[in-house]
Design a protein around this ligand. Structure first.
Ligand code: HEM
Ligand SMILES: *[C@@H]1O[C@H](CO)[C@@H](O)[C@H](O)[C@H]1NC(C)=O
Ligand SMILES: *[C@@H]1O[C@H](CO)[C@@H](O)[C@H](O)[C@H]1NC(C)=O
Ligand SMILES: *[C@@H]1O[C@H](CO)[C@@H](O)[C@H](O)[C@H]1NC(C)=O
Ligand SMILES: *[C@@H]1O[C@H](CO)[C@@H](O)[C@H](O)[C@H]1NC(C)=O
Ligand SMILES: *[C@@H]1O[C@H](CO)[C@@H](O)[C@H](O)[C@H]1NC(C)=O
Ligand SMILES: *[C@@H]1O[C@H](CO)[C@@H](O)[C@H](O)[C@H]1NC(C)=O
Ligand SMILES: *[C@@H]1O[C@H](CO)[C@@H](O)[C@H](O)[C@H]1NC(C)=O
Ligand SMILES: *[C@@H]1O[C@H](CO)[C@@H](O)[C@H](O)[C@H]1NC(C)=O
Length: 352
């Protein structure tokens, strides 16, 4: 490439990036999808949001890892046939109790239990009027906020879907950790999510952990040269062979705090997955990574915008779907006849 065409490419990409990011300041929240509203449950279930926040605050005090688990459940829910709670169904390939789930997609079992416990408390207080999909979206927001991230309002009114996510739907809709930017951009574009959404939402990897199979391909048979040496040496200690099963933090700097250090890691070539590090390697996404690494306020604004947008992907609303009385199972004709409200002890074992 000649230097002048390189410069014009840079110019074009900075204009593109500028327009993506200026969208944020002009418009702090994305337009609402029909059927959702911020006050959907404010009259019929005013205790909804405080119930979730207070319960999660208590849970995270003893198990902050489950915050990451809850955030990831919402992402998987939205990317596989829309935010309709299908990921929560026993029988879905990333949902509870599914033995045939693809590898590397393991969601924390406790996240499903907590969503069911919350549904139980909320339905006891308000009746069976709040969907599992809405509860999941609120849990994701509180997972971000209670670990240090931004607070934002979540549009509500989702209804729960009645179809399981098949293994094929799950594999084709979830991005792969070995993908590079062009593929990731396509994966997100299929959900009407743009390049800035991709970078901002990848910042979800500011908390939580991953297991060796998700990144061991960067260590063996030869080490990925983009890995910073000390970081690579540490990963080799966690995964001494290509079949190791160790766990490591997604964000090496501040593993338990939701902040912009994930982007600082990328700038220092300490991103864990190929899909993380390539956001910095690739010239299209690099300027967005740099801006987020330099300005946490900007990252938080954009993250909130993109989380709200992701939370509206192919939602089921109005009279479609149902309000599940057990997040792990579709309603049966007798669901509403039997008591919708179960006691806490049953709620704890609801998924298993
Ligand atoms: C850009 C494409 C993405 C890819 C390729 C990807 C891939 C992965 C992989 C492979 C893991 C670790 C699984 C394991 O080894 O156990 C993981 C964990 C996680 N992901 Fe993503 N992810 C992506 C986007 C997102 C988004 C958009 C969010 C949320 C906004 C998110 C939130 C999380 C969280 C919180 C964890 C940690 C879960 C835990 O500790 O239990 N990811 N992701
Ligand atoms: C899933 O995809 C595989 C190949 O991609 C195909 O052979 C199989 O028939 C599909 N299964 C279903 C249930 O669609
Ligand atoms: C970076 O991503 C852009 C957008 O998908 C793509 O056109 C370009 O080829 C990528 N660059 C490299 C070096 O792969
Ligand atoms: C929503 O679902 C329809 C069909 O079910 C699909 O064609 C469309 O691509 C989906 N949209 C998004 C943004 O996922
Ligand atoms: C799981 O990890 C292995 C090893 O890196 C990889 O070959 C496989 O494609 C991954 N599967 C999924 C569903 O991501
Ligand atoms: C490597 O591991 C050591 C010991 O756990 C830690 O102090 C250091 O911060 C890590 N460095 C990197 C770059 O991962
Ligand atoms: C691990 O490495 C061995 C020896 O290099 C190789 O034969 C094997 O196929 C590799 N296994 C995986 C899961 O990549
Ligand atoms: C950081 O981003 C915020 C929000 O967009 C903006 O108001 C602020 O001026 C930025 N700070 C710097 C130092 O660029
Ligand atoms: C909820 O559904 C799951 C999956 O079918 C089932 O195992 C569990 O027992 C149900 N929970 C209650 C409380 O009925």
């Amino acid at each position: 490439m000649t230097s002048s065409s390189f410069i014009s490419l840079l110019l074009i990409s900075s204009i593109l990036v500028g327009s993506h990011l200026s969208l944020t300041s002009a418009q702090a929240t994305p337009p609402l999808v029909g059927g959702l509203s911020y006050n959907f449950h404010s009259t019929n279930c005013p205790s909804l949001e405080t119930t979730i926040r207070e319960y999660l605050r208590e849970i995270f005090n003893s198990d902050f890892g489950v915050a990451a688990g809850l955030l990831r459940v919402h992402f998987h829910d939205c990317f596989v046939q829309g935010c309709d709670g299908s990921v929560l169904l026993a029988g879905s390939t990333s949902g509870p109790g599914e033995q045939a789930a693809p590898p590397n997609l393991t969601l924390r079992p406790r996240a499903f239990v907590i969503i069911n416990e919350l549904r139980n408390r909320i339905h006891r207080a308000c009746g069976a009027i709040v969907s599992c999909a809405d509860i999941t979206a609120l849990c994701a927001r509180d997972a971000i906020f209670l670990t240090g991230g931004p607070d934002y309002r979540v549009p509500l009114g989702r209804r729960d879907g009645v179809t399981f996510a098949t293994i094929n739907a799950t594999l084709t809709n979830l991005p792969f950790f070995g993908s590079r930017v062009p593929t990731l951009i396509d994966d997100f574009a299929r959900k009407n999510m743009d390049i800035t959404d991709l970078v901002a939402l990848s910042g979800g990897h500011s908390i939580g952990r991953a297991s060796c199979p998700s990144f061991v391909g960067r260590l063996y048979p030869t080490r990925d040269p983009t890995l910073e040496t000390n970081f690579g040496n540490n990963l080799t200690r966690v995964c001494p062979t290509n079949t190791s099963s160790g766990l490591t933090a997604l964000d090496v700097r501040t593993p338990n705090v939701f902040d912009n250090q994930y982007f600082v890691n990328l700038v220092n070539r300490q991103g864990l997955f190929v899909s993380d590090q390539d956001l910095f390697t690739n010239a299209t996404t690099r300027p967005i990574v740099q801006r987020f690494a330099n300005n946490q306020t900007l990252f938080f604004e954009r993250l909130a915008f993109s989380m709200i947008k992701m939370g509206m992907i192919n939602v089921t609303t109005g009279t479609q779907g149902e309000i599940r009385t057990n997040c792990s199972a579709r309603n049966t004709p007798t669901s509403y006849l039997t008591t919708a409200v179960i006691d806490d002890e049953q709620g704890k074992t609801a998924s298993y």
